[in-house]
Design a protein around this ligand. Structure first.
Ligand SMILES: NC(=O)c1ccc[n+]([C@@H]2O[C@H](COP(=O)([O-])OP(=O)(O)OC[C@H]3O[C@@H](n4cnc5c(N)ncnc54)[C@H](O)[C@@H]3O)[C@@H](O)[C@H]2O)c1
Length: 386
């Protein structure tokens, strides 16, 4: 029997739209899921934006006040897709109101914020999902299995990169992302958080690190109207308060080593996200821009060992829910459908599937350690309780 699940979306920028479309597509890709989302309401503070979203995507109602969502008995699950500084307040309030939470990374500004939301969810007994979408790529899941199975030997080191140009334009608007109070630690929460989640997924816990950060575009123009996503602006200049760039050396609990680098102002780089994992007998690498491919080297040759390109197919992760055969391309939005599926399955079965608030807390603890290390130039232990 199929039960309906009233859902709401809070914050209707890019992620609000993508979460909404994921809910709408769930039944197409997962017809056997015993829960069917119903778009109940959307909350958005920009005047008219919630009404426009409701008319276009089919929410039954719209509001400018997210508190109405918390009080709405029709709503059983909430997507929190507002800016980072609101994650804690909205996340805690929704959990306390008994709503299951699908919340965007990085979940607040610090590990303390993420912990507050995680604790509220656990006290309320609600399920959670967090927007670490790259781990949902079938190729990433297969890479993880390959690493875990020992196919590439003992893992020795990993390189993780997240380079983007979304903030490279000098006239890019000074939105919430560039303010410490509303955006937190810049590229750390924005991109490095995804890299940390991938690192943990592939190699396990990070024990300690040392990091260096920089701001390369120190001033930006203030927007003169409402913003969503990355827009240009011509207003007066204001200071960029948080990091454009981070590089980080990682030591994993397993003894493996890693390098993580993330930048939001890399001219010539568009979504250049990926990793290379090396082991004593092989290697596996992935590039988001060729999401369905893995480069795999395994065997017993060690030197001059061939590298093969493997196209993932219906046997890999959730690929079969989207495409009938290998090398048919999946896209970014599909990863959010997988995330929505795992969220609803967690609710239906009362067991966690996919990234949860505990993963967000651990990722945020690593980001906090990066901030501390960059400030004093030392190696920092990652808080074990993270
Ligand atoms: N998982 C991913 O790949 C990914 C990608 C982009 C952004 N994100 C995360 O998603 C979140 C949103 O990012 P975005 O790119 O969609 O930003 P955005 O600026 O496009 O959208 C945020 C929306 O929230 C609205 N908002 C602000 N205050 C509000 C309030 N009090 N009540 C209701 N709505 C409010 C804004 O008006 C805006 O429409 C961030 O936490 C970001 O880190 C995740």
């Amino acid at each position: 029997m199929v039960d309906t699940l009233g859902v709401a979306v809070v914050g209707f920028g890019w992620m609000g739209r993508v979460h909404t479309q994921a809910y709408a597509r769930l039944a197409h890709h997962y017809p056997d899921l015993p829960l069917r989302p119903e778009l109940v309401t959307v909350a958005e503070e920009v005047p008219g934006r919630a009404e426009e979203a409701a008319a276009r995507f089919g929410f039954a109602s719209a509001t400018r006040d997210w508190r109405e969502v918390a009080a709405d008995p029709r709503v059983r699950a909430v997507s929190v897709t507002a800016p980072n500084f609101l994650h804690r307040e909205i996340g805690v309030a929704m959990a306390e109101a008994g709503k299951h939470l699908w919340i965007e990374k990085p979940v607040g500004l610090t590990a303390d914020d993420a912990r507050a939301v995680a604790d509220a969810a656990s006290r309320a007994g609600v399920r959670s999902a967090v927007g670490f979408n790259y781990r949902n790529a079938p190729a990433v899941e297969t890479a993880r299995d390959l690493v875990a199975s020992g196919d590439i030997g003992t893992v020795t080191h990993v390189r993780i990169r997240l380079f983007s140009d979304y903030a490279a334009h000098p006239q890019g608007a000074l939105t919430w992302r560039y303010e410490r109070e509303r955006g937190g630690s810049g590229v750390l929460g924005d991109l490095a958080s995804h890299g940390v989640d991938l690192a943990r997924r592939l190699l396990g816990d990070i024990a300690s690190l040392t990091a260096d950060t920089a701001i390369f575009v120190p001033e930006r123009a203030r927007p003169t109207g409402a913003t969503a996503g990355h827009t240009l602006a011509t207003g007066e200049l204001g200071p960029v308060e948080n990091e454009d760039y981070v590089s980080c050396l990682l030591r994993f609990a397993s003894g493996a080593r890693g390098v993580l680098e993330a930048c939001r102002v890399s001219v010539g780089e568009q979504n250049n996200y990926g990793f290379e994992v090396h082991g004593t007998r092989g290697a596996v690498s992935w590039d988001f821009r060729r999401m369905g491919e893995l480069r795999v080297s395994r065997g017993t040759t060690y030197q001059d060992q061939p590298v093969a390109t493997v196209h993932v197919g219906p046997g890999d992760g959730e690929f079969g829910a989207f495409q009938p055969g290998a090398a048919n391309a999946m896209g970014y939005d599909d990863l959010k459908v997988v995330e929505a599926y795992r969220f609803l399955r967690s609710i239906a079965e009362g067991t966690a599937y996919g990234a949860t608030l505990e993963d967000a807390v651990r990722s945020a603890a690593v980001l906090d350690a990066m901030v501390r290390s960059a400030a004093d130039g030392t190696w920092v232990d990652v808080a074990a309780e993270g």
